[in-house]
Design a binder for this molecule. Structure first.
Ligand code: HEC
Ligand code: HEC
Ligand code: HEC
Ligand code: HEC
Ligand code: HEC
Ligand code: HEC
Length: 501
């Protein structure tokens, strides 16, 4: 686990080189300060104690920048915020010189600093199945290092996911994207996402299991706090759905790092659990756990891009997100959390059938679609789209008629379910620049919609298919330059029905 920190130290040397030139720290003065202010929690030589992370072997640049972030409040910590407030940059430099001279602590059992620095690989050693499910989910691919669709937009809106100090072009602020797509990096106000595994992993185990409370995305005083800012988090205690019963016997607790072993240290004090965990069903079993990141997200002009949470709220549905997205299978809450990338999940979204009646020389086909979901279909990212493809075939399977050949939107607009953003003149615009909502033809929560077609032929079969696309056609070539995954942008068949005559 120390490896992450060491890589971080090396990686940031050039970016923060200027800091060390400004203050040549004096390790002797640093030792005095450290003993006075810091040793009680971080240990005399920065070896760390329980939830107080080790400082030994820390890079000077990382140390100074981190202390400045605590002082400015851009990295939030009640303890460190108060402590750093009265200290000067010069004093930071002295302590940096002191702590950096020690060997980094190598101890497999300890959490490397606050919870949001813990990599999923730590959890993997015991929770293999859940790790495997999570690894295949979009939560594990949520950063620009791993998701080519996000990478395309991130590079355009922000810049290089491997560089420190990047800002969001339009706002000139810390990239808001990271609040949701790389919440652990956002907590530290870091934009170099390969600096720590816990950053590169995006929405990893601790990203969710550190969430202890929900503040909401809308501030009482107006404005929004998105993603990780919408939550209260714990820096030292994992949050679980159930917790553990108090009457568990020691034998049952063996090997469970979330419970204290009952052993005492030299001074008779109970040694705490190495990965303390507390039961918090109110949070973990509620939709609020998801809403900080999934409620809504507007672009800089205030136009809503994603609004899954708002959609559910408006529908009045009381079903939690977990009940569909984390079904219990084999006694375990499933962490695959499928959405638009998952055919299995898409197959559950819409009930579709076709009623056919004869109509003189031809037939009349009613394509009935019932959205099973308490959110829109498709929901989420604004380039998701669905085509309703209707085909009439003869007994040999020859196509007699179809509602569109190539372009659903041009040839049969009502068969195209999508969310189009627009500019001032109402012309289609991309998410970052849009100033208003253009067309929203998606199925509303629980909507039943019927499309009726007059087919001028006598088919043996009328077939209807729903074809789901992650992005608009125009975006596909640029995304394919960023990935080898041939399947990624292929249309997914989410519903299929054949009416035989
Ligand atoms: C009362 C206990 C306490 C004291 C005293 C304290 N710290 Fe901390 N420190 C913490 C905790 C807890 C964290 C983890 C905070 C978080 O990130 O949420 C922390 C985090 C840090 C970090 C960030 C480490 C990392 O890996 O990112 C640095 C640097 C740090 N402390 C330096 C100091 C220095 C220097 C002093 C003395 C001036 C000091 N601390 C005194 C408790 C303490
Ligand atoms: C997107 C948020 C999220 C992420 C990411 C996440 N979890 Fe969970 N996890 C939850 C929620 C919510 C529950 C509670 C589900 C329930 O009880 O209905 C849960 C439950 C669990 C449980 C209890 C399982 C059971 O059914 O008893 C374990 C163990 C667990 N998570 C481990 C992990 C590990 C390990 C990772 C990373 C590989 C991880 N989680 C990633 C949200 C998350
Ligand atoms: C050394 C083994 C080990 C490691 C490492 C480990 N766990 Fe666990 N965890 C357990 C055991 C044992 C249980 C209890 C039995 C079970 O639920 O599987 C448990 C249970 C849990 C639960 C369910 C408790 C509840 O109240 O719902 C959650 C959540 C959880 N672990 C999350 C994590 C996360 C997140 C990590 C990584 C930061 C992690 N665990 C690392 C062994 C481990
Ligand atoms: C810390 C922020 C965060 C939290 C908390 C969170 N998510 Fe996500 N989720 C994301 C991000 C970011 C993505 C998109 C990753 C991408 O496509 O680049 C995502 C993707 C998804 C997807 C997949 C979409 C697709 O394209 O296939 C589903 C489904 C989902 N989340 C459901 C949930 C549920 C259910 C919860 C609560 C149990 C939850 N999320 C909690 C940030 C979060
Ligand atoms: C009744 C079951 C159900 C409930 C409840 C539900 N979803 Fe979904 N969700 C689905 C299905 C099925 C899909 C796939 C179809 C689609 O993309 O619209 C989906 C898709 C998604 C996607 C994928 C969007 C994308 O861009 O790929 C996200 C994100 C999502 N849901 C989040 C949530 C959140 C957050 C909640 C709770 C506030 C929630 N869902 C509640 C069934 C459900
Ligand atoms: C409030 C949280 C939040 C913020 C802030 C945010 N996103 Fe997202 N983003 C999500 C979620 C959640 C998803 C996936 C689920 C969905 O479609 O709703 C997503 C999906 C995406 C996708 C589609 C990914 C795919 O695999 O199809 C792109 C592209 C994207 N976001 C780009 C960005 C960029 C660029 C920024 C910053 C300018 C940003 N996002 C800011 C939450 C957020």
């Amino acid at each position: 686990m120390r490896k992450g920190t060491l890589i971080l130290a090396a990686g940031l040397l050039c970016a923060w080189g200027a800091v060390s030139q400004a203050w040549a720290g004096d390790a002797v003065k640093g030792e005095e300060l450290a003993n006075t202010y810091c040793a009680a929690c971080h240990g005399p030589q920065g070896e760390g104690m329980q939830a107080n992370p080790p400082l030994a072997g820390i890079s000077e640049e990382y140390f100074v920048k981190t202390m400045q972030a605590f002082r400015a409040g851009t990295r939030q910590s009640a303890t460190m915020g108060a402590l750093s407030g009265s200290l000067t940059d010069e004093q930071f430099a002295h302590m940096a010189a002191y702590y950096s001279q020690f060997e980094a602590v190598a101890d497999e059992f300890r959490i490397d600093g606050p919870l949001h620095h813990v990599s999923a690989s730590v959890c993997k050693s015991c929770h293999e199945d859940i790790f495997a499910q999570w690894s295949g989910s979009m939560h594990a691919q949520s950063t620009a290092l791993r998701d080519p669709i996000h990478e395309l937009m991130y590079r355009q809106e922000v810049g290089d996911p491997r560089a420190e100090g990047e800002v969001h072009n339009r706002s000139q602020r810390f990239p808001v994207c990271l609040n949701c797509h790389a919440p652990n990096a956002a907590k530290d106000q870091v934009t170099k996402l390969d600096a720590k595994d816990a950053y590169a992993e995006g929405v990893n185990c601790v990203a969710c299991h550190q969430i202890s409370g929900y503040k909401g995305v809308r501030r009482a005083e107006g404005g929004l706090r998105l993603g990780i800012l919408a939550y209260e988090t714990s820096s030292d205690t994992l949050q679980g759905a159930t917790g553990f019963p108090f009457d568990k016997t020691r034998a049952e607790q063996q090997g469970n790092p979330h419970l204290p072993t009952g052993e005492l240290d030299t001074f008779g004090v109970v040694i705490p659990a190495s990965l303390p965990l507390q039961g918090n069903p109110r949070m973990l079993r509620s939709s609020e756990l998801c809403l900080g990141c999934h409620h809504l997200r507007p672009n800089p002009q205030g136009v809503p891009l994603c609004a899954t949470g708002d959609e559910i709220e408006a529908s009045g549905s009381q079903v939690t997100c977990q009940s569909c997205h984390m079904p219990i299978a084999n006694g375990m809450a499933n962490h695959s959390m499928g959405g638009g990338h998952s055919v299995a999940m898409l197959n559950r979204a819409v009930k579709m059938f076709v009623d056919v009646e004869s109509n003189g020389e031809g037939v009349m086909a009613h394509v009935v679609m019932e959205n099973q979901l308490p959110h829109k279909m498709p929901t989420g990212a604004p380039f998701r789209n669905v085509q309703v493809k209707v085909t009439a075939l003869d007994a040999d399977g020859n196509v007699l008629w179809t509602n569109f050949e190539k372009h659903a939107q041009k040839e049969d607009p009502r068969s195209y379910l999508f969310y189009q953003l627009a500019d001032d003149e109402g012309k289609p615009a991309m998410p970052p620049t849009a100033t208003q909502v253009g067309i929203d033809s998606r199925l509303e929560p629980h909507e039943r919609r019927v499309l009726t077609y007059e087919i001028p032929a006598q088919p043996a079969v009328v077939r209807a298919e729903l074809l789901y696309n992650l992005v608009f056609e125009g975006m596909k070539p640029r995304i394919m330059e960023l990935t080898d995954d041939e399947e990624l942008l292929q249309p997914r068949r989410m519903a299929f029905y054949e009416a035989r005559l």
